[in-house]
Design a protein around this ligand. Structure first.
Ligand code: ATP
Ligand code: MG
Length: 508
């Protein structure tokens, strides 16, 4: 039998008490999760939701998402969870883009019902806490739909973060998840594991991590809102063994007073990734949690992690400390290379190129965007848009996104390197480095910084700090101090937003 996404929970239905999920103190067993998926499938079939349809989920993290996730594939449909931080207009545009006949809204989105009902393709809108549960349970009377799922049915359509442009719907099928779930073997999961699912389910870091946890029979602790001190308390109280967290959240967590004094003896691993991490934050994570760390690298298009930096390679005092700047090595089932983006030819070890990935984890393409798909995929290789290099041993070092690279004079500057230096300064809480227009050099390096609470930024001192640590052409020529940096929900700095005001006059 080929792998089906529904197998993730179905394999545990004969262990009736095994808990799949804890949400706000309430447990759901694997058997119940599977049963609810079945109910959702019947109700979808009764509503005429069938092969090739998308079912939209718009809400904060909630267990009902999993009814749709494990229900839709049984009628050959797929779930499309939306970024709940977008504006109503953006959300309506994405719902239209998905052509979903069925839209399920979390309680916080009930006020969108009218607008969604007005969309052409939409046949039914349900609201959790209102008519959703009635819809689900009424289907008890209906027969199971026939099981004729195919490997290449879309089961989950996730939208990219929109860091470089508008979010694109990434089609993920049974095939991509069959490949992804092997990642759990590398993280030491079993039925005793307790996984922290705190990242949004509309990102692969949320839903992909949840699926990895569930596929090993672990208990997922699902979090709707990240409040740093509460999250630390939950992690300790629930005895979390495995977590996936993005660098921005780790930065908040390690900044909570007393974070290091909690009992972290149950923690077996913290995986982190999705955006660059500074060495300052990484060292704070090591000393706060004293747990094995895994860095993962990937994207929505690769169903998440395709490379991993192992705990042994997180040794700041060891002879291979430089590996702490690496995103690790590709999993055995993944091909990874750095190419010259102009020619598509491989570059030599230690030479920066565009990172390309080939694996069954890679999406077959973007939903309803044939041109974008053709640009991003060639001969099975996904062109990531990330710049980086591979060393002789195959360790991946990311330099930056190609679009974020600063070209000043004839020199390329990778912002992350400059950000690493600046974030080490005691007065700096957060920092982003961007290129701004310059008549002579084309672009120059600008640092946008946030001061630590109680500190004031002395621009000259900051420039002096850089002078001692990095080459002249990489040093910021100007510093702006702001209250906060624009970030998206997965904690990525929105550099395109940060750059915009400086480039407006240039028309770029
Ligand atoms: P869009 O494609 O819409 O511009 P996005 O690329 O930010 O948005 P995602 O698919 O969520 O959307 O993110 C994938 C990107 O995240 C990667 O291409 C890479 O730039 C970054 N990334 C992922 N993991 C890491 C990591 N470990 N270190 C540094 N950057 C990472
Ligand atoms: Mg991307």
């Amino acid at each position: 039998m080929p792998f089906r996404l529904t197998d993730v929970v179905r394999q545990y239905v004969n262990t009736p008490d095994l808990v799949a999920m804890t949400f706000e103190g309430a447990n759901t067993t694997y058997a119940e999760m599977d049963r609810r998926g079945g109910l959702a499938a019947r109700a979808m079939a009764a509503d005429g939701v069938g092969a090739g349809s998308r079912v939209v989920w718009l809400g904060k993290n909630r267990p009902e998402f999993f009814d749709l996730l494990f229900g839709a594939p049984r009628v050959r449909a797929g779930t499309a969870p939306l970024n709940n931080r977008l504006t109503h207009d953006e959300l309506i545009a994405i719902i239209e883009d998905s052509a979903a006949p069925l839209v399920v809204l979390g309680p916080d989105f009930a006020d969108l019902r009218g607008r969604v009902e007005g969309l052409d393709a939409v046949r039914r809108v349900l609201v959790v806490g209102d008519d959703y549960e009635g819809w689900l349970t009424a289907s008890d009377e209906v027969l199971d739909p026939p099981d004729d799922a195919q490997d290449d049915d879309c089961v989950l359509q996730l939208y990219t973060s929109g860091t470089t442009g508008l979010p694109k719907g990434v089609v993920l099928t049974h095939t991509q998840f069959a490949a992804l779930l092997s990642v759990g073997d590398h993280w030491g999961f079993d039925t005793e594991s307790v996984g922290l699912v705190a990242m949004p389910l509309f990102h692969i870091g949320g839903s992909g991590f949840a699926l990895v946890c569930l596929s090993f029979g672990a208990r997922c602790v699902l979090i709707a809102d990240i409040v740093p001190d509460q999250l630390l308390a939950t992690m300790e109280d629930e005895g979390v063994t495995n977590a996936f967290l993005v660098p921005a959240v780790l930065q908040f967590l390690t900044g909570v007073p007393g974070a290091a004094d909690k009992d972290w003896s149950k923690l077996r691993a913290i995986a982190y990734g999705a955006s660059p991490i500074t060495s300052t934050v990484l060292n704070r994570v090591l000393t706060t949690f004293r747990a094995p760390l895994f860095q993962v690298y990937g994207s929505t298009e690769t169903t998440g992690a395709i490379s991993q930096l192992d705990p042994d390679d997180h040794d700041p005092d060891g002879p291979r400390a430089h590996l702490m700047r690496s995103a690790g090595k590709a999993y055995p089932w993944v091909e990874l290379k750095a190419v010259d983006p102009a020619t598509g030819e491989d570059v030599a070890p230690n030479v920066v190129g565009e990172i390309w990935i080939r694996s069954s984890q890679v999406t077959p393409g973007y939903w309803a965007r044939p041109e974008e798909t053709a640009k991003a995929l060639s001969d099975g290789w996904f062109h990531t848009g990330d710049a980086g290099y591979l060393d002789e041993e195959g360790y991946l070092f990311l330099t930056d996104r190609i679009k974020d690279m600063i070209v000043t004079g004839a020199e390329n500057v990778y912002p992350i390197e400059v950000e690493n230096v600046l974030s080490g300064h005691p007065d700096v809480a957060d920092v982003a480095v961007i290129g701004v227009p310059d008549e002579r050099w084309g672009e120059t390096v600008k640092a946008v910084v946030v001061a630590n609470e109680g500190s004031e930024i002395d621009t000259d001192a900051l420039l002096e700090w850089c002078k001692e640590r990095i080459a002249g052409f990489k040093r910021p020529r100007s510093v702006d101090v702001v209250d906060a940096l624009p970030r998206n929900p997965s904690g990525k700095i929105l550099k395109k937003d940060l750059r915009r005001p400086y480039w407006e006059a240039e028309g770029r």
